[in-house]
Design a protein around this ligand. Structure first.
Ligand SMILES: Cc1cc2nc3c(=O)[nH]c(=O)nc-3n(C[C@H](O)[C@H](O)[C@H](O)COP(=O)(O)O)c2cc1C
Length: 175
């Protein structure tokens, strides 16, 4: 697949995954794609925890059981170091992990896997803390997103995008 086919093929897989294991080298390739993303002021504040098997994914499911994780054979948890910008007037943690997560979603697609951006299960303080504990991450980290990764069990549902013209203008908005 060329880059634009990958971009067009990516979708949020909200259905079941097959139980087939995801080889570690595949997960590492996806992780490397995430770490290759740009970061504000080159902070590199994004940290990843690779969950290599169902047992490790299941441990996160014990904190909060969410559809996207129920059958995933692997996952990558995306955290940020909340101290990375402490000496700066700016904080680009959100942008940094979003760029990394996006690159990993595309990398997973390019390698024939499906994934999903899962963040809402970890919004609450309680789940955030417990999930961090499962991942062995101290309080200075913030768990931002978990990307379940696996082969889709069947064709996943797709969501429609608005037409190009509804979102793109030339020169000035609306033209
Ligand atoms: C910032 C962000 C947060 C998201 N959080 C969740 C989530 O917590 N749970 C979920 O099922 N999908 C989540 N998604 C996936 C969106 O629902 C999905 O991207 C959107 O519906 C468009 O579908 P597509 O990814 O297939 O193009 C999130 C996506 C983004 C970019």
């Amino acid at each position: 697949m060329d880059y634009f086919d990958v971009v067009d093929s990516r979708y949020s897989h909200k259905e079941k995954f097959l139980s087939d294991a995801v080889p570690l080298d595949v997960l590492e390739k996806i992780a490397k794609a995430g770490l290759a993303a740009p970061t504000g002021m080159n902070s590199q504040c994004v940290k990843l925890v690779i969950l290599q098997n169902r047992e490790e994914v299941e441990a996160l499911c014990q904190v909060v059981s969410t559809d996207g994780m129920l059958t995933a054979p692997a996952a990558i948890a995306v955290l940020t170091d909340t101290e990375a910008y402490k000496d700066s007037p700016y904080n680009f943690e959100m942008e940094d992990y979003s760029a990394a997560a996006t690159q990993m979603l595309l990398a997973a697609t390019a390698l024939g896997y499906s994934s999903l951006w899962l963040d809402s299960p970890y919004f609450n303080e309680k789940e955030q803390k417990e999930a961090r504990a499962v991942l062995g991450a101290s309080d200075k980290y913030h768990l931002r997103v978990v990307l379940p990764i696996g082969l889709p069990d069947g064709v996943g549902s797709r969501r429609e995008k608005l037409p190009f013209k509804a979102r793109v203008s030339y020169g000035v908005m609306g033209k």
